[in-house]
Design a protein around this ligand. Structure first.
Ligand code: SF4
Length: 1018
């Protein structure tokens, strides 16, 4: 039993009837000590575990309340300090104000104000001479003064005021003069706590604590901790010798109660700890795991969840790891990022959101959002989902669809309607005004956590309460008006520092605690993990607000960076020395996240010196001694905690001959291996895109379905991509986040320009005028502004600057277009714009609703549909079908190619189609196809393909459709040309183009004959 517990047991025996007050820093520690005392067999009576605040509050509160003063909530601090700092009069010199809107700055200032207050320092007493900078002193003093006034005006009292008031009413203290009181030794209280503890009635009992040879007692302990009786350690085991860490004894250790190991990563280290617990057959409540830093406990918690081991976590779990915490952080990021649909989709996929809509799962909602092609901004959701609902309803009513398809579309429309309502409610939470007061953002965050964040466990429930309270703490500064990004950063800041589920050691549970609190539960087996150099003791970094020299000059009780390091060292060594039982120390030799090698802590080196003092130890020798780092894979199958561990342990050190049982047990892996082997070989197989059954279904000559020139060109570009999209109906996910430098993507810009070209040219045609920049320029400009405004209403630009730049460029391209048209009008007369065949004709005389049937020779008859950008009648009586290109002067395969292996077909197919459409007015029409680049980037390039290419097109089309007929959906062999902008790369597998090249070059692959011929059409 440790010294203090033995002392308490003794007090309970000798002072049975007297009240004995044990003053502890936290209630959970009090509970733990009481429980341990009872478990260790002594029993106890009249022991009262209490904290200094428990004593101060009943002494101060009645008198404060009598004067109309209420306690101030703790969490308000940083937000209040930010506000007070920003509201300081301009006459006060600025020092921290430039950084006032950084939540970390507010946190740091709040911590400093708290430390000053608990040291009893007022604004008036802040000494000028302690500061090197006059403006820093002036601003900090003004801030402290402003805080004092805030408390006075609002009639609030902070913790410092409670202690100050309690000191005035010692006569009403819960501790009576006849009682005994004892403090936990080595706890460094604040000056105000110290003053109260020293002034309390009752007889003080001096606590006993182990003397720690050759370890300096921290400077502040002399004045702020309880006086104590140091007892020289008398270790009876290797583990107990840790009390002699600073002065290793002369003889070697004689038992195995102190062990060490090294792991190849943090995850492997925790896995090894779990394996050792299981291998030793230990009850979980016999074990404690201690981590140097509180945040490291979360990994143990995650591992325990995975193995379903009951666990209590002393420092708690960061709220950000719970569903409501994660969801709130994601919500803040979504709003701050401009409400991008891609992020909302990921939030839905995470499973952290709750959908109230009946019969609609989060996964379905995510798919609906992807299908709707929403982009970002508030308006995009209703518009995109509205379009999806409309098109799904139209398909549900389409008599040409099968019954199944119509039912599917009807269900899709209903689901989209539900989801649209849900997004409407979600968006209604987000304040429309970006400079809304903080209170509005708090309302949004609160309502989001309450109604939209999913809760699936008790911990999630606790997190909801903690988040609600944390947000409520900020209410008193709700009228603070900051930009949305600051308000959201403030809310995120509250979530970041919040933990939930902190608990003391409980029966039946593994317990995880910090190294500074290790051993209080008295468990016989302790694992101390994460003992890496630089990760155990605090770094010697000065406070960002008050430097060490300033702290020392203001008040000796203020902690400096050196104090922080020496106090941590003292605390850790004293906790290690009190552990007893079996202790296992470990570290990870690699930081896998940062991909760097890590060294053992100095503490491990000292520990090995304690074990074997006669040896001469260096870090290198220690690392050698600890041997091969353990990995997540157990050394032997019997030690495995999971199926995966068992398999991997069995396979360790084996060769390929060990694979048959793996393949037998995991047929999907065997199948994957077979597929990869086939892809690596030269034969063209089902694993490479050979799907003969799909041939007749997709070949328009057989199926009778109408195809467009664009889809045929995409088939030529990459048959595999064609199969994924048009055969399997797969669409790549649009994961694009808003680009801060781009608003209009090339597709949107292109279709906007196409629409505007058609509108102005139709207007000019209807008035029987010729293009004239002076007459038509203002109108085209106005049309451009209208189109930009309409798109802006749906998709907000990332910034006003980007909008202005892109609007200017678009208007410039419109001006150029009109100028070029004016210059060209003598050579060509447009007779049709956006001429559709196989779709709505928009009143164009040459258009037709039905597709055209092209009959290009034996077994080359199929339906073609499409939309020609324009048809011009040329001065020589011939016709030119013009295809606008609104980007740079570029065509697949090059500007001078004719067919580029089928990648350029439009010119020939549209010329053939135009001849059909013109047949009624000009039976002998001569038609050519062209590509025209009328923008600044396109430099007015025009590429006309001669009429003779149309005859050659039949051979190209025959080969192309034969690729379809063979079901030979091979990957393109030209990654450089075709894959660069392909969004299906994730579905493509490794080295797809290189593998395809080898298969195409293999003449035995008869299914690829047509594809090889296709490539020859230049
Ligand atoms: S990445 Fe290349 S090979 Fe893969 S589907 Fe796209 S174009 Fe085809």
């Amino acid at each position: 039993m440790n010294l203090l517990l033995a002392q308490l047991a003794e007090l309970c025996r000798t002072e049975r009837t007297r009240a004995k007050w044990v003053i502890v820093p936290t209630h959970s520690l009090g509970h733990t000590l009481g429980e341990r005392l009872a478990l260790d067999g002594g029993g106890w009576s009249n022991l009262r575990f209490t904290t200094p605040l428990d004593l101060a509050l009943p002494m101060a509160a009645p008198f404060l309340v009598e004067r109309g003063i209420d306690p101030a909530p703790d969490g308000i601090g940083p937000a209040l300090i930010m506000r007070l700092l920003l509201e300081l009069p301009s006459t006060v010199p600025g020092y921290f104000r430039g950084l006032a809107e950084q939540p970390q700055m507010a946190e740091a200032l709040w911590a400093t104000i708290g430390a000053l207050r608990m040291a009893g320092i007022t604004a008036a007493a802040l000494p000028r001479e302690a500061f090197a900078s006059a403006s820093k002193h002036a601003e900090l003093r003004a801030l402290l003064e402003s805080y004092e006034q805030h408390l006075a005006i609002r009639r609030l009292s902070d913790r410092a005021q409670v202690y100050a008031e309690a000191l005035l009413h010692l006569d009403v203290c819960l501790i009576q003069p006849a009682d005994l009181r004892i403090e936990l030794p080595t706890i460094i209280w604040t000056p105000l706590e110290r003053r109260l503890l020293d002034a309390l009635p009752g007889s003080r009992v001096i606590p006993r604590a182990p003397a720690l040879p050759r370890l300096d007692v921290p400077r502040r302990m002399a004045g702020l901790a309880s006086p104590m009786e140091a007892v020289a350690p008398a270790p009876a085991s290797s583990a107990e010798r840790l009390a002699l860490l600073m002065s290793p004894p002369g003889s070697a250790a004689s038992d195995t109660t102190l062990t060490m190991f090294c792991a190849g990563g943090r995850e492997a280290e925790i896995e090894e700890v779990f394996r050792r617990i299981a291998a030793a057959g230990l009850a979980l409540d016999q074990v404690e795991i201690a981590c140097p830093m509180p945040e490291q406990a979360a990994l143990v918690w995650e591992k325990a969840q995975r193995h379903a081991w009951p666990v209590t976590i002393g420092p708690g779990i960061p709220t950000a790891l719970t569903r409501p915490g994660r969801a709130l952080l994601a919500f803040c990021e979504w709003v701050a990022g401009g409400l991008p649909a891609s992020r909302l989709r990921r939030m839905l996929q995470s499973g952290d959101l709750r959908l109230e809509a009946d019969g609609l799962t989060a996964g379905q909602a995510a798919r609906i959002l992807a299908r709707a092609q929403a982009t970002w901004g508030r308006q995009t959701y209703a518009a995109a989902l509205g379009r999806l609902i409309e098109s799904s309803r139209a398909r549900a009513d389409d008599p040409e669809q099968t019954d199944d398809a119509r039912a599917r579309h009807r269900q899709r429309a209903e689901q989209a309607e539900k989801f649209s309502r849900w997004t409407g409610e979600l968006l209604a939470l987000v304040p429309a005004d970006a400079t809304a007061p903080l209170g509005d953002w708090l309302d949004a965050a609160h309502a989001f956590v309450k109604s939209f964040a999913r809760k699936t466990s008790e911990l999630d429930g606790e997190a909801t309460v903690a988040l609600t309270e944390a947000l409520a703490d900020l209410r008193p500064v709700g009228d603070l008006s900051r930009p949305a990004s600051d308000a959201l950063a403030l809310i995120r800041g509250r979530v970041d520092g919040l933990t939930v589920g902190g608990d003391r050691a409980r029966p039946g549970h593994l317990h995880v605690t910090t190294l500074a609190d290790a051993g209080h539960a008295g468990r016989p087996r302790t694992f101390v993990v994460a003992l890496e150099e630089g990760g155990v003791f605090p770094a010697l970094v000065e406070d960002p607000v008050l430097l060490d020299a300033e702290r020392a000059a203001i008040h000796p009780a203020l902690r400096t960076s050196e104090d922080r390091a020496s106090e941590a060292l003292y605390r850790i060594v004293s906790q290690l020395g009190s552990l007893g039982g079996h202790v296992c120390l470990s570290y990870s030799s690699r930081d896998l996240r940062q991909a760097r090698v890590t060294s053992p802590s100095w503490l491990l080196l000292q520990a090995v010196r304690v074990l074997e003092p006669a040896e001469s130890w260096t870090y290198d020798r220690l690392v050698k001694e600890l041997g091969e780092p353990v990995s997540a894979v157990p050394a032997a199958p019997g030690q495995a905690l999971s199926d995966a561990g068992w398999w991997l342990a069995n396979l360790r050190g084996t060769d390929a001959s060990a694979l048959p049982p793996v393949r037998e047990s995991f047929p999907a892996l065997a199948q994957g291996e077979a597929a990869e082997r086939a892809r690596d070989a030269d034969d063209f197989t089902n694993y490479d895109g050979l799907v003969p059954e799909a041939g007749p279904l997709l070949d328009p000559r057989v199926s009778g379905a109408a195809v467009s020139p664009t889809s045929l060109e995409s088939l030529a570009r990459c048959p595999f991509a064609y199969f994924l999209q048009r055969g399997l109906g797969l669409d790549p996910m649009d994961d694009a986040e808003p680009d801060p430098d781009m608003w209009l993507d090339p597709l949107t810009r292109g279709s906007m320009l196409h629409g505007l070209y058609a509108t102005i040219m139709r207007e000019i045609r209807s008035r029987k005028e010729t293009p004239d920049p002076a007459r038509h320029g203002p109108r085209l400009r106005a049309l451009g502004e209208e189109a930009l405004a309409a798109h802006r209403a749906l998709v907000p630009p990332p910034s006003e600057g980007v909008f202005e730049r892109e609007a200017r460029e678009l208007q410039n391209d419109l001006t150029l277009f009109l100028r070029f048209e004016a210059e060209d009008h003598r050579e060509r007369q447009p007779i049709g714009f956006e001429v559709a065949f196989g779709g709505a004709t928009e009143g164009e005389a040459l258009g037709r609703r039905e597709p055209i049937t092209l009959d290009l020779g034996p077994e080359l008859r199929f339906k073609l549909r499409g939309r020609m950008d324009r048809i011009d009648r040329l001065a020589d009586g011939a016709y030119e079908v013009v295809d606008y290109k609104t980007g740079a002067a570029f065509l697949p395969g090059g500007l001078d190619a004719t067919f580029a292996g089928g990648r350029q077909l439009q010119h020939a197919l549209y010329a053939l189609a135009a001849r059909e459409l013109l047949r009624g007015t000009d039976a002998q029409a001569r038609v050519v196809g062209s590509y025209y680049f009328p923008t600044a980037r396109g430099r007015r390039e025009r590429r006309v393909r001669p009429e003779s290419t149309q005859a050659e097109a039949a051979a190209v089309l025959r080969d192309l459709l034969d690729v379809l007929a063979a079901g030979a959906f091979v990957h393109t062999p030209d990654a450089e040309e075709d894959c660069r902008y392909c969004e299906l790369q994730h579905a493509c597998g490794r080295q797809a183009a290189a593998r395809a090249k080898a298969k195409i070059e293999q003449a035995d692959n008869a299914a690829l004959d047509a594809y090889r011929r296709l490539g020859a059409h230049e």
